[in-house]
Design a protein around this ligand. Sequence first.
Ligand code: ADP
Length: 499
Amino acid sequence: MPKFSRVAIANRGEVAVRIIKACEELGLETVLLHSEADIHSRAFRMATHKVCIGPAATAESYLNIEANIQGAIAMGAQAVHPGFGFLSENADFAQRCEQAGLIFIGPSHQSIRTLGDKVSCKALAKKAGLPLVPGYEGADQTLQTLLKEVEVIGLPVIVKAAAGGGGRGMKLIRQMSEAAEQIESAQREAKSAFGSEIVFLEKYLDRAKHIEFQIFGDSTGKVMHLFDRECSVQRRHQKIIEEATSPSLTEDLRRKMGEVAVTLGTLGKYKGAGTVEFLLQDGQFYLLEVNTRLQVEHPVTEEVLGVDLVKMQILTAQDKFVWNDNEIRIPRGHSIECRIYAENSYMGGVPSTGLLGTVHWPEGPRRRYEFGFDKGDTITSHYDPMIAKAIVWDESRPRAIEKMIRVLKDSTVFGVHTNIPYLIEILSHPEFIDGTMTTRFIEKNFADGLKSKHVEADRKKLSQEVYKKFIAGGAGSGVTASAATTSENSPWLSHWRGI
Ligand code: ADP
């Protein structure tokens, strides 16, 4: 039975904090493998041990396999948790950990290669007769063949980088006249961003919903699913709001999709936490890809099922987690997660950086905040602008939406702009409220981002509320409103910036 008492964390920000908490609860020490830029962060302050593995640039630190391995070994860690992003889906990293005698908290490197690689995952699914988005993922990558395949599939078609991820490396072909240009541009981008110019083609489903299933393989290799999440609210193919369970599935669809997810996980000999992603359109579902890691939106699953996926991952790596056949898991109530980005929603979402002033997350029942930075920490331009996640649970979806809006209005992040006003607008939109949104919801309804006039009246009112609360209670007394504080013109933003 593999035992370990010290876990290295090859990540940063809120997910590093999430992993530290799980380790603490299991009585394990942690080693934070951090870059020079992250010494002012919650994870740095919370980890038992820390070691600097390189400069801010990700290629030299968080994406540098050897730097992570050497840091973990030097600090006496026996296991490595990769979090999400960075090296979490890198089969070479998982293999290198194994060679170095470190337990990789995740699936085997063979499973990552089979399921994590989009092309080989599709090949496996095709062989098993699972429903795929129609497309072409052949080895012949000549322009001539790709153009012919676009015609066979039928427009619109999406070109994707085989090694891509995070919503990047995709090009849409709506007309044959632009096909060659889009394919060549996708190949160029794929080469420079992911080091491989291999692309594949898929039919573009233009009124689809993004539905995914949480799968989990226990220490014995038994794969089960932990139900579904819907992540249709996306900007540039990146998720912004996620929920569990999906408001769009019938019980029949849920059962069928769950079975496909488990079949795929079992075929890929999956261990630990993974996500099988689907697109759902006109009552038909199509397999999209598998993410062989913990998912950013894992908390909504945890909230409706009462589980701790990170602890389950760690216990599986210790050969201590086995599914209990007698336990019936049924999701209860509804959970929503909002990704909070340091960006200016009034200026097309440009990233916002700087020193954080007061940060306050309003407490209350079934509200959860995953955040990596606090007052006095600096948000830099080196990394992803997601600085926190707000998660709520309530008895029903309408109540969860109301609670999330309340939570966002009562949250305070001073010093940088955030997308909080944007999130409030989305959550209040009729299409989100009735659950009919598709992955093109943002493109259709918020094509130009937020216009300050949309929230101008609200902003003025909220500014006054903020003023009253601060003058009455003094800084740090707690609850303030956020829509006002993130507006360009807010005196409170300029006043508090730099605290
Ligand atoms: P990544 O690995 O970069 O996240 P995915 O394949 O998971 O890429 O796709 C991300 C998002 O892009 C999906 O949730 C969906 O909104 C959109 N997308 C991807 N493929 C298609 C498709 N064939 N048709 C319509 N939308 C798609």
